[in-house]
Design a protein around this ligand. Structure first.
Ligand code: PLP
Length: 817
């Protein structure tokens, strides 16, 4: 809870609401926009925002989570709950912004505002690392930089804060002014501007000016002239300006940058003197972000020696939560992003989203929350853990240890990380989901290492945010009210099982579909409550299907009759498959009279849906046939509807069907490969995000003399000799033999290295001649640059096959921001 409290009447006053029926005069400390992540419902105000989904649809969920105060724009919901206060406003987002702006105006702390197309979050986190010893800092969590994210971040300002660091998204120019209004930066910082402004010159200039409005009221503007070319000094915002540049004259003029041992040594001219600093990173983006931080420290008046001393200590910012399989059937979530209470709340939400194990354990170090006494902080944490259903706590550090009595759950405490490690075997971790979250100095990576199953050097990384983004991409294409069945067959197209299903359940898809009963059973065991369709329901699995409430696809009369014969109870949901042209499975038109006869004579089953499958939805060449399939399907479902006298769901579209045939959405769509980032109907999969990255490592490097050969059958030949790297992936991992002899390639140190010789079962060889490589180096098999689509083209197959071929022995690691 933040320390400035407003009653609901006070908030109504700020929003200019004259009359509302107050049920209580609740004190509000939290603004909530998602009914699934509520910390203190009693002190929360829910905003029914109209975004991709209408927040009014979630009023009941928010109420069920304990919230009793709401801001809505649809007055029809005014009396939805007898014991709640409903503030009705014309525009819910505007109300949220108005409240944050009001809050900002109550405090006159110094605020750094960061904008630009790249690097905002890193620069924000690094400035936090650099300035935390001198200020009590409030900063945006994660990359909260949208209209909503900024409002929620600024709302958290409290009396004890002496510095704010907030980032502002630059995507929609017309929104800049309202962000400026809420953040009111005293110091404006412009980071890297990407290609976005490389279009026509005059429009680029206009666009840039528009973006710079964010810094208009600032006392100081920090920028690089490299990103403001075309603008005059007078165009630039800020009373004072501080510039940095690698290419031209500037207040901080970089003279040279020299890589040393994975770091970069930089010299620059500043106030007529040469100064230096060491950025402890090797990549170019980090160097530029480091220079921006350097410029900021100097512009704020830090001495060059002091700035250098601090910059050398910067640490990498990882904003991702990592989910892995752990020892003894545990799942381990690793969160090293930051150790404060709001990031703890976010991580606990993810712990709850991944509910594959009933038991939820948290390993937590002392937290640093500036401005709170230990008593208040740990009481808040205890309340949070209770509310987020944490079953077991392992506290590490002197402060949490002293507060042990506050935690009302299975708990053990240790003075430090070493004490925990010494006691590790006695703690008996087994079959639980474990969140590991600690402040940096506690070195919890030692714990993660202990908990994680030994990961082989070949891993597939799955980006759950990208998957959620792809779901939203298709949601945006749907007419209102159309349901989504997410296809998670074949281990979610190779991407995982319950991890993906949990995410889809969290994002409220309507149905899941799997190929076999087994897959459905493991989803049920992992806590998936959504209805699940099973596409190949073998009679031997009927018992399990019913026991686990799975819903069979029925594609012929025989299986229907056997299932009816098996059922004890009435009204069991089934899904009828109609063959409209695939000629694989399904009822054809002549089968209908008999099918309808059987259905009319039984009460055992109820048709939940009727569906068919398109054979060429991705290709304009087949549009006429697609049309024909849809017409045939409509005609057949009409006949079924007439006979059944009740409603059922109709669906025919797969991924590309959604992209290309808006008129074939019917009642539901079946989204498959699109979720995983591919759609043959989209040029280069435009708009979709890469979900899966496959990585491996180099086991050995060899020098070959001219005419020596590589591998079985002496197939690999380097006539001039060269360097060969053996990597740990072979056809048993899913890297097809067809990639052998130079057909395939992998990314080594950012360069493409072709295969040499045949692909073996567990390894293969790459030509890395001219590259500086050594044992243990990472090799990318596919990612967003070397795409699965490209691999598919190389061996004449489709992305589906590349993805689903990655074998189960390749460990999956999941990331979530
Ligand atoms: C796999 C499958 C889908 C999904 O197809 P995508 O092209 O991956 O979207 C849809 N319907 C059925 C019946 C399927 O088997």
């Amino acid at each position: 809870m933040s320390n400035s409290l407003y009653t609901i009447s006070h908030i109504a006053g700020i929003l200019g609401i004259k009359s509302f029926e107050k049920q209580n005069d609740a004190i509000i400390s939290n603004l909530v926009i998602d009914s699934r992540s509520v910390i203190d419902p009693e002190y929360s105000l829910f905003f029914a925002l109209k975004g991709q989904r209408d927040g009014h649809d979630f009023l009941k969920d928010a109420y069920a989570s304990g919230i009793r105060n709401f801001v809505i724009s649809d007055a029809r919901y005014k009396d939805l709950f007898a014991d709640a206060s409903m503030l009705v406003v014309p525009d819910v987002l505007a109300a949220l912004q108005a409240l944050s702006k009001y809050k900002r105006n109550q405090y006159d702390l110094k605020v750094l505002g960061i904008t630009g197309s790249n690097g905002k979050t890193i620069v924000k986190e690094w400035l936090y690392q650099l300035l935390a010893t001198d200020f009590n800092i409030i900063r945006s969590p994660k990359s909260f930089n949208s209209q909503i994210g900024v409002s929620l971040s600024v709302w958290e300002i409290a009396a004890e804060n002496t510095l704010g660091i907030f980032e502002a998204g630059i995507s929609k120019t017309d929104e800049m002014e309202s962000l400026a209004d809420i953040i009111q930066p005293n110091v404006g910082i412009l980071t890297n501007l990407g290609e976005a402004h490389a279009e026509g010159f005059s429009s680029a200039k206009e666009k840039l000016l528009e973006k710079l409005k964010f810094c208009e009221g600032a006392d100081l503007f920090i920028y690089s002239p490299e990103y403001t070319s075309g603008l005059s000094m007078a165009d630039l915002p800020g009373k004072k300006k501080f510039s940095w540049s690698i290419k031209q004259k500037a207040d901080l003029e970089i003279l040279f940058i020299e890589p040393v041992d994975g770091k970069n040594y930089i010299r620059a001219n500043f106030e007529g003197k040469e100064i230096e600093c060491l950025i402890p990173f090797s990549d170019q983006a980090s160097v530029e972000n480091g220079i921006i931080c350097w410029a900021t420290l100097l512009a704020l008046g830090y001495a060059p020696e002091e700035a250098d001393k601090r910059l050398e200590k910067l640490t990498r910012v990882s904003m991702r939560l990592e989910l892995k399989n752990g020892i003894n059937q545990c799942s381990v979530i690793d969160d090293s992003y930051s150790a404060d209470i709001s990031s703890l709340a976010i991580a606990l939400d993810f712990l709850n989203l991944q509910n594959q194990h009933p038991k939820k354990t948290l390993i937590l170090s002392d937290l640093q929350e500036t401005g709170k006494t230990k008593e208040v902080l740990y009481a808040e944490i205890a309340a949070l853990l209770k509310q987020k259903h944490v079953d077991r706590l392992i506290g590490i550090g002197p402060h949490i240890d002293e507060s042990a009595a506050l935690f009302d759950m299975e708990a053990s405490f240790f003075e430090d990380t070493q004490a925990f490690i010494d006691n590790f075997p006695a703690l008996h971790f087994n079959n639980e989901t474990i969140l590991v979250k600690g402040a940096r100095k506690f070195e919890f990576e030692r714990i993660s290492k202990l908990m994680a199953q030994k990961v082989h050097d070949t891993v597939m990384e799955i980006d759950l945010n990208a998957l959620a983004g792809n779901l939203q991409f298709y949601r945006n294409k749907l007419h209102p009210g159309i349901k989504i069945m997410a296809m998670v067959k074949a281990f979610s197209y190779g991407s995982g099982s319950f991890e993906i299903a949990n995410l889809l359940q969290y994002h409220k898809v309507d149905y899941l579909a799997v190929a076999y009963a087994d897959e459905g059973i493991s989803l049920r065991k992992a806590g998936i409550k959504l209805p699940i369709m099973v596409m190949s329901p073998e009679p031997s699995a009927f018992d399990a299907i019913v026991r686990y409430k799975l819903e069979p696809e029925i594609y012929n009369l025989e299986i229907l009759q056997r299932f009816i014969g098996f059922l004890q109870d009435d009204q069991y949901p089934i899904h009828l498959k109609i063959d409209t042209g695939m000629h694989r499975l399904g009822f054809e038109e002549p089968d209908l009279p008999e099918l309808l006869q059987v259905l009319s004579e039984t009460t055992k089953v109820k048709v939940a849906s009727v569906f068919s499958h398109l054979v060429g939805s991705e290709d304009g060449l087949h549009d006429e046939f697609t049309r024909h399939q849809v017409d045939r399907f409509t005609a057949m479902t009409d006949l079924i509807a007439e006979a059944l006298h009740y409603r059922f769901i109709r669906h025919i579209s797969n991924t590309s069907g959604i992209s290309r045939h808006a008129d074939a959405q019917l009642d539901m769509v079946r989204l498959g490969i699109g979720l995983y980032g591919f759609d043959a109907a989209l040029k280069n999969n435009a708009g979709l995000q890469t979900v899966a990255i496959l990585k491996t490592t180099i086991t050995q490097v060899k020098q070959l003399k001219p005419n020596e050969t590589v591998g079985y059958g002496r197939k690999g030949l380097l006539p001039q000799g060269g360097t060969i790297a053996t990597v740990k992936i072979g056809y048993a991992d899913g890297y097809s033999r067809a990639f052998g002899n130079g057909v395939g390639c992998m990314l080594v140190k950012g360069k493409l290295a072709p295969t040499v010789g045949v692909i073996c079962m567990d390894m293969c060889m790459l030509d890395v001649t001219g590259l500086d490589v050594k044992t243990g180096d990472e090799v990318i098999v596919f990612n967003d640059q070397l795409t699965i689509s490209r691999l598919a083209d190389q061996i004449g197959t489709i992305p589906y096959e590349i993805l689903t071929n990655v074998s189960q022995r390749v460990k999956r690691v999941y990331f979530y921001e």
